[in-house]
Design a protein around this ligand. Structure first.
Ligand SMILES: Nc1ncnc2c1ncn2[C@@H]1O[C@H](COP(=O)(O)OP(=O)(O)OP(=O)(O)O)[C@@H](O)[C@H]1O
Length: 266
């Protein structure tokens, strides 16, 4: 990867299911160190783009590049090893394991084999991985929970633990799918500060999120999709003034004039 090159790049990415095209000719860059939001109305194609980037789906056309290397046909596990991690809309922790054991599973997501993933839980690997997992939790301000069973913890804490599990694979790029879904305003504010801390440590964030307050206060850059096509790619500060974005959310009647006031993309 050369200086100034984006960390993630989508070029003409299209995804069709049978005859239905749900993502069409989408291109955008995610700059290293940025906090980029991927937003748009329900059904716009955001989760499909995440699934394409993380390797859950294969694109019908186009290419995806991570740190200058084409990953379009790489399986998910290889993308994790190349520096990408993801948290999901619905928490996917192991609820009956302890916090630290969940983080230990994240540490081995890079290992690439089921045996590798089980290694941190084996007697042999346990103490080294456990120490590292506990240190990561402490760095992220969750050092008081390592032995707690995940299912017993409040939802807002579980959300953070899921993000820490993703961090355990030491990503350069962290994909977050609706991190604030189900959180109250206090928990959302706490999550925002937590994500800013992660960003300040040098990790690039790509965030799908409906909460525009969180998008505005967390992300510097926004890409907006509508009906599977990109309609905006620029500063988050101006996204809510853009006529195409207003049209995407509110329909053509509301799109002009853009500065009429009282209209909020949410
Ligand atoms: N596996 C699939 N097969 C067929 N259609 C699909 C599939 N996955 C998604 N779609 C369709 O693709 C479109 C985009 O869905 P997607 O979940 O990517 O949108 P989204 O922007 O994430 O929406 P939301 O904000 O509601 O989560 C929708 O019309 C959806 O029904």
């Amino acid at each position: 990867m050369s200086a100034g090159e984006p960390l993630l790049s989508l070029n003409g990415v299209t995804k069709s299911f049978g005859g239905l095209t749900v993502v069409e000719d989408v291109s955008f860059d995610v700059a290293e160190g940025s906090r980029t939001a991927l937003i748009g109305p329900n059904g716009a194609g955001k989760t499909t783009v995440f699934n394409l980037v993380s390797g859950v789906y294969r694109q019908t056309a186009g290419t995806i590049t991570l740190a200058g290397r084409e990953i379009s046909d790489e399986p998910s596990r290889r993308r994790i090893r190349l520096g990408m991690a993801r948290s999901f809309q619905n928490i996917r922790l192991m609820p009956h394991l302890s916090v630290v054991e969940n983080i230990m599973l994240g540490q081995q997501a890079k290992a690439g084999t089921l045996a590798g993933m089980a290694a941190p839980l084996s007697l042999f690997g346990r103490s080294k991985w456990r120490r590292e997992a506990e240190a990561l939790l402490a760095r992220m301000g969750l050092g008081t929970f390592p032995g707690e069973v995940v299912a017993t913890l409040p939802y807002g804490i579980r959300k953070k633990i899921e993000v820490v599990r993703a961090l355990a694979s030491e990503p350069r790029l962290l994909l977050l799918d609706e991190p604030a879904a189900g959180l109250n305003p206090t928990e959302t504010a706490s999550l925002r500060d937590f994500l800013l801390q992660i960003s300040e440590s040098g990790i690039t964030l790509l965030v799908v999120e409906h909460d525009m307050g969180l998008v505005r206060s967390l992300c510097d850059h926004a890409v907006v999709l509508n009906f599977g096509r990109k309609v905006y790619d620029g500063a988050t500060a101006h996204v809510q003034e853009d006529p195409q974005v207003l049209e995407a959310y509110l329909g053509p009647r509301h799109a002009a004039p853009a500065n009429a006031g009282g209209t909020h993309v949410a």
